[in-house]
Ligand binder design. Structure first.
Ligand code: PLP
Length: 370
């Protein structure tokens, strides 16, 4: 990324020769990213991150429906109860504009039943948006089946793949995906850069209006160093996907086994099979997840309760609510994210400290009750 802050500072949209290298690098990154999901380079549009990509896909599909529908029927969007707020709040916004939204429930493992999506389809359904994998509990949705369903009904299909890009295999053609959002910082790339894949032939209006960048549909000078970093991160993570997945799964299994065997009254949230390799989410009975997080933080161990974007919120997360987690467990949910940079020693140290923390917090809770 560094040369693109200094030596190759040229604006990629400029006509002067100095811009050539920036333009070339941006196209190389576009190719590196397109290759990860089996897309064509002309289908990748850089954005400021996953949030913008999600907003664009949802608002764009709704606006396209309104524009194309001859009658003035409001469009209808189908999504799930456990989407990230970038999707949920876009849908809430659509509702405030008069659109209809159905929030399909998930099962106890955080997985949606395709039949429930099918039942929700109406004549005015213009978009199905279902995340590929959940950010809190890592549950992976039956994306290929949902894509087929959407395709059979000629409904646009968007998936928020922010947590999945670079972590599980994705093929936008095999999965019948029309639009896909992703973000670089979830695959070791820089923060503040993402993309929206829009299948060639799918027409949605721009979300950001202005200049002619990104083939005239996403205005604004491109963040070249971050795009270069994203391309490189995507290329590296994808070339190591199988090897890293195997390693991360070993770490996760070791972590899970130790926690289950050595700590009482703990539940694993989400599915054990249909799950992102690096995601693990425990609920400790009668313990406050935030207290666990703070104690671990004192020991330089980073974990999260609910989604990081929700930190500070007292309410149990919408995901815990959707999977019907009993209250005595829901408050004690803690998520750990593992990567190929973690080691067995780190996992062992984490479990050793976690055991002490849970014992201490439960003792304090018992004392308070007396
Ligand atoms: N979607 C999911 C599933 C996420 O986990 C996140 C971020 O955590 C986002 C969207 C938002 O992405 P960004 O922070 O790049 O805007």
């Amino acid at each position: 990324m560094l040369p693109y802050y200094i030596e190759y500072y040229g604006n990629p949209s400029a006509a002067y020769d100095y811009a050539t290298q920036s333009r070339r690098a941006m196209n190389e990154a576009r190719k590196q990213i397109a290759d990860v999901i089996g897309a064509d380079i002309t289908e990748i549009y850089f954005t400021s991150g996953g949030t913008e990509a999600d907003n664009w896909a949802i608002m764009g599909a709704a606006e396209a429906f309104t524009f194309n529908s001859k009658k003035s029927v409001p469009g209808h969007v189908i999504t799930t109860q456990i989407e990230h707020h970038a999707v949920l709040n876009s849908c809430k916004h659509l509702e405030s504009l008069g659109y209809e939204v159905t929030y399909v429930p998930v099962n106890e493992f955080g997985i949606v039943d395709v039949k429930n999506i099918e039942k929700a389809i109406k004549p005015n359904t213009c978009l199905i948006s279902v995340m590929m994998a959940n950010n809190e509990i890592g549950s992976i949705q039956p994306i290929k089946e949902i894509g087929r369903l959407a395709n059979d009904h000629s409904i646009m299909f968007h998936t928020d793949a922010v947590q999945s890009f670079g972590h599980i295999p994705i093929d936008v053609n095999e999965m019948n995906i029309d639009m896909l959002s992703a973000s670089a910082h979830k695959c070791h790339g820089p923060k503040g850069i993402g993309f929206l894949f829009i299948r060639n032939g799918i027409k949605i209006p721009p979300y950001q209006h202005g200049g002619k960048q990104e083939r005239r549909v996403r205005a604004g000078t491109e963040n070249v160093p971050s795009i270069v970093g994203f391309g490189e991160a995507a290329h590296i993570i994808n070339s190591r996907l199988l090897m890293d997945t195997e390693y991360i799964l070993k770490l996760r299994n070791h972590f899970t086994e130790r926690v289950i065997n050595e700590i009482e009254n703990v539940k694993i949230n989400g599915s054990t099979e249909q799950r992102l390799p690096g995601n693990i989410n425990f609920s400790f009975k009668s313990v406050n997840g935030e207290a666990v997080q703070i104690q671990l933080d004192f020991n330089n161990i980073c974990c999260s309760t609910g989604s990081a974007c929700n930190a500070g919120s007292k309410k149990i997360s919408h995901v815990m609510e959707a999977i019907n987690m009993p209250a005595e467990y829901a408050n004690g949910s803690v998520r750990f994210s593992l990567s190929s940079f973690n080691t067995v020693d780190e996992i062992n140290e984490t479990v050793d400290i976690l055991k002490e923390v849970i014992l201490k917090l439960r003792d304090m809770e018992n004392m308070n009750r007396l």
